[in-house]
Design a binder for this molecule. Sequence first.
Ligand SMILES: [Zn+2]
Length: 244
Amino acid sequence: MSEINLTLINNLLALSKLDGSLAHIVSERKRWDSEVKARVQERNKAQASYQAKLKQFEDRRSLCKQEEKNLGEERQRLTERRKALKTLGTYKLQQAAEREIEHINRELNSREEGLIKMISEAEVLEKEVAALSDALQKAQTTLSQLEEKAKTDLSDLETREREYKAERESLVPQLDAASITTYNKVRDKHPGSAIAMVSNNSCTGCFMQIGPQLVVQVAKGLALQRCPGCGRILYLSPDAAKPK
Ligand SMILES: [Zn+2]
């Protein structure tokens, strides 16, 4: 392999390594993004469940309070009516009023039983609210920890990205335009592995056999040669490329 081509291949290998690292950074960013999004979704779901249950509990509790108040007032009225029985003029009127009072009393008794049931239902709801509140707190903690980790890692990725880009910028001017064009085309298809070594007459990128004529072309190094199988830019292992 000619010295010029060896330098070109080495530069392309360096460029490919840098582009591979840059592509890795992009995928790491996407991974963080989707991981955080998934945890946000979990937290939002936990929050919605908690809020729905809390509302259910609060509605039930205020219903209980209202009924408790109503029953208290009606009991009070009934007591007053009982006291007023004696003031009624005739026995017949008293009897009719007593029957009515008894009827209302039975109704109130049954409503009180209903209230007791409602209160115990509210207690069950309260426990469910507490459990959902715990779950929400846990989801929030998990999310916060992940966000903290993501923040550190993303800032580290940013630093590395800046370094790789600077290295790339100093490397590109050392390459000729035609080689860069070829390289870019291959890189889009094989990010991070655009250059493949020929070993035992086969491409180490796709393991396809390389014909002897192409191997000779690669060895001559007059122009960039590409694998007929995968399209990667080929080069000979340093041992094979040694002048004989
Ligand atoms: Zn190949």
